[in-house]
Design a binder for this molecule. Structure first.
Ligand code: SAH
Length: 341
């Protein structure tokens, strides 16, 4: 079956030509798909025989919302979607002053093994397709009735471990004939896969790259993030520097504050040293408690922040949204997939 939802307008037009259809059918189909239509029969401006052939040869399904939790505090909505094969992933809609942002997943599960993260506990089951990533944006918009202006790839999975599909998704969501979300309204978060950062850099995209650093020294980072055992902090920072040189975009370094693990004055000083060599800013994140993990949220966030700021580093502290709908990313999926087995 052809995965038409993952195809760009030109690719669909080329397919139409191959089928002996006029190429403008590509544009028509693409715009139906971008409106979240899940049945070719609804594509009313296509001739019937073409609709039948599309139904026979192309896969077209939308995700089913199996859970939807809305925060009474700030309107954050968390979705658990069931995909065609029964796998589940999460998306979160956050309402900021500058626009509505959807945080989407890039894989079902994750194989990076970060010690504080719920998404990785069951390993990686499979990559998502570009179309499945797009669907999370489309269906969140349709369900909520809200205009989506920003996308962050910060849900379940490691986007650079599924880079080709992620690049395809970026093209789709950026397409003027579709949602037309500009690269500057898109962020991609990685645990720090150096080869992936270098490859992404060659495209010169104007999206924001977030690097989940979480520790400035190898000893701590090795303990928190197995990916570091291969590469090390210095090599990661060198890749970040190359990325900045290639794209001109400052990097956002994510740092989840963990009690007694990465929140010392010494670590603040080391972190500030790293940031002096690589342009970027630090985003301090309050740790979300994960049942299976021994880590506790730090109580030193303010001191840590001030120490960085005193050394000239730009720091933001992430606001906790949707704290009443529990479930930091990965936990809903985990619960759902467990109940099924
Ligand atoms: N794999 C990518 C994107 C998904 S995780 C990455 O590692 O960046 C999105 C962000 O949430 C990352 O910064 C991740 O380190 C962070 N995160 C994971 N578990 C967390 C937790 N329990 N508390 C706070 N942040 C967490």
């Amino acid at each position: 079956m052809i995965d038409i939802k993952s195809m760009g307008m030109e690719e669909i037009s080329a397919l139409m030509e191959e089928w002996g259809e006029p190429s403008f059918r590509g544009g028509q189909i693409f715009s139906w798909l971008q409106r979240g239509v899940v049945d070719f029969e609804q594509m009313s401006n296509l001739p019937k025989p073409l609709r039948s052939r599309l139904s026979r040869e192309c896969r077209l399904t939308g995700p089913e919302a199996v859970r939807r939790q809305e925060s009474r505090l700030d309107g954050t909505i968390k979705y658990l979607w069931r995909l065609q094969d029964g796998e589940c992933v999460e998306s979160v809609l956050m309402r900021y002053r500058y626009g509505n942002t959807v945080c989407i997943s890039s894989q079902a599960g994750c194989r990076m093994g970060c010690a504080f993260c719920a998404s990785t506990l069951g390993g990686r089951v499979r990559n998502l397709t570009s179309g499945e990533m797009l669907d999370q944006v489309l269906f969140t918009g349709m369900d909520s009735g809200l205009h989506i202006s920003n996308v962050v790839l910060m849900g379940i999975g490691e986007p650079l471990d599924n880079l080709d599909a992620v690049l395809g998704f970026l093209r789709l969501v950026n397409s003027p004939e579709g949602l037309n979300i500009g690269m500057r309204h898109i962020s991609l978060s990685t645990c720090g896969l150096v080869a992936g950062i270098d490859k992404l850099g060659t495209y010169g995209l104007q999206l924001t790259l977030s690097v989940s650093l979480h520790a400035p020294d190898d000893e701590t980072r090795n303990r928190l993030m197995p990916v570091n055992r291969k590469t090390g902090v210095q090599a990661l920072m060198a890749a970040c520097r190359r990325y900045y040189d290639a794209t001109g975009r400052r990097i956002s370094f994510e740092y989840a504050m963990i009690d007694g693990v990465n929140d010392s004055d010494r670590q603040a000083d080391l972190l500030s040293g790293l940031l002096h060599e690589t342009p970027g800013h630090v985003n301090l994140i309050p740790l979300n408690r994960v049942k299976e993990s021994p880590f506790r949220p730090s109580r030193r966030t303010d001191v840590f922040r001030k120490r960085l700021e005193d050394q000239g580093i730009t720091v933001t502290v992430r606001r906790r949204l949707g704290s009443d709908i529990d479930a930091s990313c990965g936990q809903l999926r985990r619960r759902e997939m467990r109940e099924e087995v």
